[in-house]
Design a binder for this molecule. Sequence first.
Ligand code: FMN
Length: 669
Amino acid sequence: LYPNMLKPLDLGFTVLKNRVIMGSMHTGLEEAENGFERMAAFFAERARGGVSLIVTGGFGPNIRAATHEHTKMLRSEEDCVGHRIVTEAVHAEDGKICLQILHTGRYAFNENPIAPSAIRAPINAFTPEAASVDQIEEQIQDFVRTAVLAQKAGYDGVEIMGSEGYFINQFLAKRTNQREDEWGGDYANRMRLPVDIVRRVREATGENFIIIYRLSMLDLVEGGSSFDEVMTLGKAVEKAGATIINTGIGWHEARIPTIATKVPRAAFTWVTAKFREGLTVPVITSNRINTPEVAEEVLARGDADMVSMARPFLADSDFIIKAAAGRSDEINTCIGCNQACLDHIFSGKLTSCLVNPRACHETELTISPTNARKNIAVVGAGPAGLAFACTAAERGHSVTLFDAASEIGGQFNIAKQVPGKEEFNETIRYFSKRLEVTGVQTKLGVKVDQQALNEGNFDEVALATGIVPRMPPIAGIDHPKVMSYLDVIRDGKAVGKKVAIIGAGGIGFDVAEFLTHDSDASTNIQTFMREWGVDMSMQARGGIEGMKAELGEPSREVYLLQRKASKVGNGLGKTTGWIHRTGLQKKGVNMIPGCEYLKIDDAGLHIRVGNEESVLDVDNIIICAGQESLTELSEGLSMPYHLIGGAHLATELDAKRAIDQGTRVAATI
Ligand code: FMN
């Protein structure tokens, strides 16, 4: 099974037990109360699950270099005490762990960032100070000090973060480095900083310490590195003493998706493959590798020596042991949604995972065997009902799951049909296997009523009956042109060439995507790169300079309307909203905020925006104006019940809340 993925890698002074590292993620546990204990539990669970090497989230080498002013650091012998809790916990599980040193440079969210030149980043409000020569020396010393302390704290190595547009990357690229001294100008000067850092960290930590250098192989910004420069840097970093080189793709300010669910699996391993040809140290590839099959394929093809998976280890800590035991179908697969990980981090919340609410909550959300076995009915096999049923059954309860539909998944069956959301299939696959493993009795195609529940000898009931789409009170809403999103996506009803969508929340965006999408960009790497204007021949600087995005003519004319006056798509995910907006804009979708719906008739949809009235002469009007909870079963039940998921709250369809709530309620009954 997976011979390439599970093959050990001998680094000379130490052996990694397989070819998978858990990629760096700053989760917010670093700064949380009892953060070290919680990080220890989080990482130890992953080490127990078989990953060969873990990289921590980024830690700043000094306060100006850290992401925030309150970011945790490793600056003194005293700080080692906390870190030792983490390293000891990982070692106790036969794992290895490296500390990532991340200097944010001009990306720091504090008032006085420091960078090669005083050029503000488009994604930051603060303009950095250009570092003096002495200050550059101090930054290097701080990298070295952090590495030495990491070694003292028991880490097996460090990862030096040189990609994603952070400090080191800022020195490398002309875009951000306009210095005229020995740290700027030609490439030999611009790459002096990373090479010096690696060399001096190696000198200070000795031979038997892992140094991973995360190298930006494709900047995806104008004025980024050329591929020749990337190769030159790779060779220099290797010579300076790096043990392993890891792949970084895209600066944070880049406007090309690199990790969202729309990005095809393993979309960027061709870059690492090209890079690897010129090097001798092991090379790691990264981004959107989320199943053992994909990891194996990437390694078998020789694209890299190792793969990094970050979010897949939020989704499932036991990824490796399940794969090794031939139980890949039990893996909870990362769907690349970013809704509970990256979106949380960028809004100051603790990371978790939409498909696994225990991620980063290991000490707080425990699922332990029950000592009072109950007979439980769950009505509705959508995300909330599935999470509840499996968790309750895993704890030892006797669980029967009913759904009127002939398949499990609820609204996930709608989501999975939206182009770019194919990954939702994996969540349904995971749950169908987990129902089997945990022994839930599943009764599909069965519509239960109160009587059946009351007579069924159940101690408790979980009502996860979901929602119905809300029909807004617009004159003419019964017109044959009008459809609900379920008509369109679930039932595949024919839709005309000119369409108005009422409601621009997540579902409105999904429907617009569904109606305008006619390529395989979310599964075909070549199409994806063509549509986003990425050069696969390695000629363009930064991978994009001078490139044009190539898209076919849109197949439909679509209006995406909302009542609110704010920007259309404002409520979408913090780290993915721009991708959805840009994608639809490229397809010519007209987004109209502040829209009042007057009436619907044969002429189309009559609207008023400000004082202007107009008629959109559309063939169809699709309603995505929210939904209402289905709760009628709750009346007249003779036993305690729990309302979960959309049946509990229907404001927006929210799988993250549904799975979290289903799991938490089931963990406590
Ligand atoms: N990469 C870093 O190099 N340093 C970080 O501190 C870091 N923090 C992250 C935090 C979160 C919540 C996530 C989701 C990603 C973070 N990353 C960070 C990027 C990941 O290392 C990785 O490159 C990215 O998630 C793509 O890989 P994946 O598809 O396997 O998740």
